[in-house]
Design a protein around this ligand. Structure first.
Ligand SMILES: *Cc1c(COP(=O)(O)O)cnc(C)c1O
Length: 393
């Protein structure tokens, strides 16, 4: 559980600065806040880290997905190509904005493949929601090419690959807009929180306007300005932004530890001939939160995960996970919603119940994932290697 492993005095100090001013709201109150602007500071540092122009913080990663879709104009009548292996949030965001998800296949990168995206395009396709899954990147250059060729908007959900890069360029800067999460389980946490990142001024303007009831935020302030569009409320609080900022300032250390710990385990696994690693198009840009590998069969992968877990290793078998793989999303495949959100969704542009995704089923069925920790000691890593010997040897 990265981020949370490193909670310390830095987080407390940041939060106390906010509590001392009493201004928990991210806008206005210039005098009382005495120069303390946590959301704005976090946004500035987050954008700079990515060499991107604009960042807007919101309440969650799911909110960031929703804001991203809204800010590039996705809505009723549109189709958005999505992966069957993802935390379900971006798909919920697509449904809730009135658009419909269209599933395409993943490949051995554990992300959507360019070829499957191209095959899923219809005249209604407006965007691709590309999710960089479990720590690393999709085959991003090929995907950018397909999106450009067909004039489709690329949205990167980078919630699980913060800090990752491809050929020296940060993930989240390849598409038109990107979304991040700082929930309790992510690389850094704000308790709850999310970010929208873009180089496009218009997208940024819509993002911060829409996520605050249409306020146009002229200057630092809010109130006297225009309300160019109807919006909603996904405002982050200064308390959450303060925690997120303290955590974010630890990111270099977090990535260095995760990468170094992962290398120890990955090097060790190379001695088992049946282990095939997940395809990471640029190893040096791996955020290294998770070590992913395939075994020859579904039965072997399932058993290895159970046996490793019994040995105390943080192994996950995503194939049977309720929230990360389509096989178990009966609420989605049966179109169960609270109200008639997107009529097109209820009309099912794809037969969600009988989707043919053989490649994704094969890949996720054989996948074993080991969650990495920042604070693992050499002794703990050695114990994991011993468990590998016992389970895979
Ligand atoms: C966690 C996650 C989200 C949602 O983030 P929340 O902050 O929990 O709402 C969105 N997309 C992906 C890929 C995630 O892993």
């Amino acid at each position: 559980m990265p981020g949370t492993e490193l909670f310390g005095k830095e987080e407390k100090e940041q939060v106390m600065e906010v509590l001392e001013t009493g201004i928990l709201f991210r806008y206005n109150h210039d005098e009382q806040r005495k120069g303390i602007w946590k959301a704005k500071t976090f946004e500035k540092e987050f954008a700079e880290y990515h060499s991107a122009k604009y960042c807007h913080m919101v309440t969650s990663g799911t909110a960031a997905d929703a804001v991203s879709l809204a800010s590039v104009g996705v809505g009723a009548g549109d189709e958005v190509i999505v992966p069957p292996f993802t935390f379900i949030a971006p798909i919920e965001a697509v449904v809730n904005c009135g658009a419909v998800p269209v599933f395409a296949e993943i490949d051995e990168t554990l992300c959507l493949s360019a070829a499957s995206i191209e095959a899923a395009i219809t005249p209604k396709t407006k965007a691709v929601m590309l999710v960089h899954m479990v720590g690393a990147m999709a085959q991003i250059d090929e995907i950018v090419e397909v999106c450009n060729k067909h004039n489709i908007i690329l949205i990167e959900d980078t919630a699980q690959a913060l800090g990752g890069s491809y050929k020296g360029k940060m993930l989240g800067t390849f598409g038109k807009v990107a979304c991040y999460s700082f929930d309790f389980f992510k690389l850094i946490t704000a308790g709850e929180g999310g970010a929208v990142l873009t180089n496009d001024e218009e997208v940024y303007t819509t993002a911060h306007t829409w996520s605050d009831h249409g306020h146009s935020h002229l200057g630092n302030n809010r109130g006297a300005e225009d309300h160019p569009i109807l919006g909603t409320n996904y405002r982050i609080s200064e308390l959450h932004a303060a925690v997120g900022l303290a955590q974010f300032r630890k990111i270099d250390y977090i990535l260095e530890r995760l990468r170094s710990n992962k290398k120890v385990l990955k090097d060790y696994l190379k001695k088992f001939p049946q282990v095939v690693f997940r395809n990471v198009p640029d190893e040096s840009g791996d955020s290294a939160t998770v070590l992913n590998f395939f075994l020859p069969t579904q039965e072997e992968a399932k058993k290895a995960c159970a046996d490793l877990a019994a040995e105390g290793v943080a192994a996950a078998y995503w194939f049977n996970n309720n929230y990360h793989f389509i096989k178990n999303w009966d609420h989605l495949t049966e179109c169960k919603v609270a109200g008639p959100v997107g009529m097109q969704f209820l009309d099912k542009p794809q037969d969600y119940k009988n989707l043919d995704l053989p490649k994704s089923y094969d890949i996720i069925g054989r996948l074993v994932s080991i969650n990495m920790n920042i604070t693992s000691t050499p002794e703990q890593l050695e114990a994991i290697c011993k468990a590998f010997d016992k389970v895979l040897g």
